[in-house]
Design a binder for this molecule. Structure first.
Ligand SMILES: [Zn+2]
Ligand SMILES: [Zn+2]
Length: 157
């Protein structure tokens, strides 16, 4: 079975293709942006802009934020809100297949395969005329550790 998807720059493994795409859109790509791009490509998991800044030596925070916004515009990364804190970024090459859970007590973040929600998605669409899109916000709950810690002080709800 072949799946036809919209071609995203994020799916292009070749960083030169991403650079070419940025130039096509009229952006200059110098050494700093190339370094940021490399750092993004090295991320196997979701990251905050702050973490990206830390992994880049001497690159100004504002430049990192601006470049992330650009990369989001051309579809290389996308952002997800875990809670009230800063958003996390993820390469779109992986974000289509992942959904995010966050513990509202300790802030623990868990990435799970999108298919975990297949049954819920089908039910919502069929019975409630609602198309679930969990790609922009994390699903909030409590991790096992926090539930267990609570259970020792009070009996479950
Ligand atoms: Zn927790
Ligand atoms: Zn948002």
């Amino acid at each position: 079975m072949t799946t036809v998807r919209r071609r995203h720059a994020g799916d292009l493994v070749d960083p030169a293709a991403v650079v070419a795409r940025l130039r096509e859109e009229g952006h200059t790509v110098g050494r700093t942006r190339t370094a940021i791009l490399e750092a993004v490509r090295a991320k196997q998991r979701a990251f905050t802009a702050e973490e990206l800044v830390e992994s880049l030596d001497g690159v100004h925070e504002a430049t990192v934020y601006r470049t992330l916004a650009l990369l989001e515009e051309i579809g290389v990364v996308r952002h997800i809100h875990l809670s009230h804190g800063p958003a996390i970024y993820e390469r779109t090459a992986v974000s289509g297949e992942l959904r995010h859970l966050v513990c509202e007590t300790c802030g623990r973040h868990i990435a799970v395969p999108r298919r975990v929600f297949d049954a819920a998605r089908r039910t919502l669409e069929r019975d409630y005329d609602f198309v679930l899109d969990g790609s922009h916000f994390a699903i909030v709950g409590r991790c096992r550790t926090c539930v267990a810690a609570e259970g020792t002080s009070q009996e479950g709800s």
